[in-house]
Design a protein around this ligand. Structure first.
Ligand code: MTE
Length: 297
């Protein structure tokens, strides 16, 4: 289902290329690397437009094509919404969305977003740190992982009436990944409530991992002792692992992960080099010290 995208790099016009390089050189002159992350956790790169972010989506509950979520997600009912939080927590319960959203301060975070299909965007999310939610519900000492589930409602999610994935969509993080300050529960983008095609009303965003980890429309969060099974690993464990850290050195079996195409870069945009941990290595590399990331892919 995932597929590599077209490569426009061989037709990049010089003027456009030069312009980009000049902008990058200007950044370097002021000692700001073009991909540097501000201390606020936000990237200094230019965000994609609202149009781009909401019309080129993966949300297989609404179809296989990138345009299907924008076309089909309108029928999703997102009010009322609650999240079941259970497993190894001190205060399990079925929490109303409003109560969940009050668990941490909502911030704007402009994050780089890298899909496993080798395209990327920059997205200005609004959300709060998952760590705040976990602190509120109280993590028991024996918990080591967090698992997430998307809504299962085939009446409103046409993709779920077909069996190409094992529904509901599931994802998981190790507890230290979930507690990392970069890990967001996102409730909006560009200051608007989360568009349905982007995972309304609340979704995960883990910017140093391939996009499939960032599960949408969450209805269940469970703290576990054992590593949870995630949908894509279950579907094809040779191609998709549990960690899914962005890694230009480990190819997908069917395509390279060394470069990426920025959505909205125009008809002639060139491919850019993919950066280890999607550029968040300074913040997250220490989580994986001693791990072989070619094995733990
Ligand atoms: N979450 C659910 N429930 N269903 C999905 O199909 N697709 C994932 C992820 N979360 C998906 C999901 C993939 S493959 C990507 S790349 C991102 O969502 C896309 O997020 P975006 O459409 O907001 O860019």
């Amino acid at each position: 289902m995932f597929r590599n995208d077209l490569n426009w790099s061989d037709v990049t016009p010089k003027a456009k290329w030069l312009n980009r390089r000049q902008i990058m050189a200007a950044g370097a002159a002021t000692m700001i690397a073009p991909r540097a992350l501000a201390a606020s956790y936000s990237t200094t790169e230019k965000p994609n437009t609202f149009e781009e972010i909401t019309n080129y989506n993966n949300f297989y509950e609404f179809g296989l094509d990138k345009s299907d979520p924008a076309r089909n997600a309108g029928q999703l009912t997102i009010d009322p919404w609650s999240i079941q939080i259970d497993g190894l927590v001190e205060r399990p319960g079925n929490y109303d969305l409003a109560d969940v959203m009050a668990m941490g301060p909502i911030e704007e975070r402009i994050y780089r977003f890298r899909c496993v299909e080798a395209w990327s965007m920059v997205i200005p999310w609004n959300g709060f740190q998952l760590s705040h939610l976990l602190d509120r519900v109280g993590v028991q000492p024996s918990a080591r992982y967090v698992s997430f589930e998307t809504l299962f409602r085939p009446e409103e999610m046409p993709g779920q009436r077909q069996g190409f994935l094992d529904w509901p969509y599931r994802e998981g993080l190790r507890l230290d990944e979930a507690m990392h300050p970069l890990t967001l529960m996102a409730t909006g983008l560009y200051g608007e409530p989360m568009p349905k095609q982007n995972g309304a009303p609340i979704r995960l965003v883990v910017p140093w991992k391939y996009g499939f980890k960032s599960i949408k429309s969450i209805v269940k969060i469970t703290l576990t002792a054992d590593q949870p099974v995630n949908t894509w690993k279950r579907t094809n464990h040779r191609e998709y692992g549990f960690y899914a850290n962005v890694n230009p050195n480990v190819s997908h079996p069917r395509w390279s992960q060394a470069t990426e195409r920025r959505i909205g870069g125009g008809l002639f945009n060139s491919r850019e080099d993919t950066v280890m941990f999607n550029g968040y290595g300074d913040q997250v590399a220490s989580l994986y010290s001693g791990q072989d990331l070619a094995k733990d892919y």
